[in-house]
Design a protein around this ligand. Structure first.
Ligand SMILES: [Zn+2]
Length: 251
């Protein structure tokens, strides 16, 4: 009886809410799980746009482009890869203000991430968490491993630290020196039915920001895809944990 009442309430809630928002989809139980590797979206009709390696020198320009298009994206940021994150903290804050997602790409982007011990992995994650508490007042529950390294102790450690592990199923190849034509061919070859794609792109590459992103935004629009954050494309409306930092302002 209780169960059927609950189900009726759910159905009423569902029918009143048209269209069902991503947040409500989350409330209906499609939550993500720490320690799980996600390569593509669980929602359809979306493109999960994600950038690695920032905050880089083009981040503010990228945020403006996305905002002007009404698009959302996920920024997997590091602490020190392209300079100290505190030096670009206003851009990280601008990303949050624009409704974009901040995820972790580790503190120092170790080239041997998949070979680190659990203690070393924990240090990499917690140093960035502290900085993000200081900068945006919360820490992410999503991360993308450097070089997409998910082996060794990565999965179990990220699970115990509360992180969803994101890879991709649509590699723009920008990190690999792809031309615009080559990157565009990857998108044009991608199916746009079923669960959306999670992209691998780099905000630290100028042509990605100035050429590829505007092209991808119109590509998505022409195919009726909404450009969203990785968390949104997985039906998760709150990809953070709140907390307080230590007041540091330098790396
Ligand atoms: Zn990276």
């Amino acid at each position: 009886m209780l169960k059927s009442l609950f189900l009726s309430a759910l159905l009423i809630t569902q029918s009143l809410a048209t269209p069902v928002s991503l947040a409500e989809t989350n409330a209906l139980g499609k939550r993500t799980t720490a320690g799980t590797i996600y390569t593509k979206c669980t929602q359809s009709g979306v493109l999960g746009m994600a950038f690695d390696d920032g905050p880089g020198q083009y981040m503010q320009q990228l945020i403006t482009t996305l905002n002007n298009a009404g698009a959302k994206a996920t920024f997997f940021v590091t602490g020190t890869l392209y300079g100290c994150i505190y030096n670009r903290k206003t851009w990280v804050q601008a990303a949050i203000a624009g409704g974009h997602q901040i995820g972790s790409h580790t503190w120092s982007h170790p080239s041997n991430f998949g070979s680190l011990t659990s203690a070393q992995l924990t240090t990499e994650m917690q140093k960035l968490e502290t900085a993000l508490f200081n900068i945006i007042g919360k820490k992410p529950t999503y991360m993308r491993p450097p070089y997409l390294a998910t082996g060794g102790a990565v999965q179990s450690t990220m699970g115990s630290l509360g992180y969803r592990i994101i890879t991709d199923d649509l590699d723009s190849g920008d990190w690999n020196g792809y031309t615009q034509a080559q990157s565009q061919a990857v998108f044009n070859a991608a199916s746009t039915s079923g669960g959306g794609h999670i992209t691998l792109m780099h905000e630290t590459i100028q042509s990605t920001v100035t050429q590829l992103v505007p092209w991808v935004l119109s590509w998505a629009q022409s195919r009726g895809l909404k450009v969203v954050t990785v968390a949104q494309c997985l039906g998760d409306s709150n990809p953070y944990v709140s907390g307080s930092g230590n007041g540091a302002t330098t790396c």
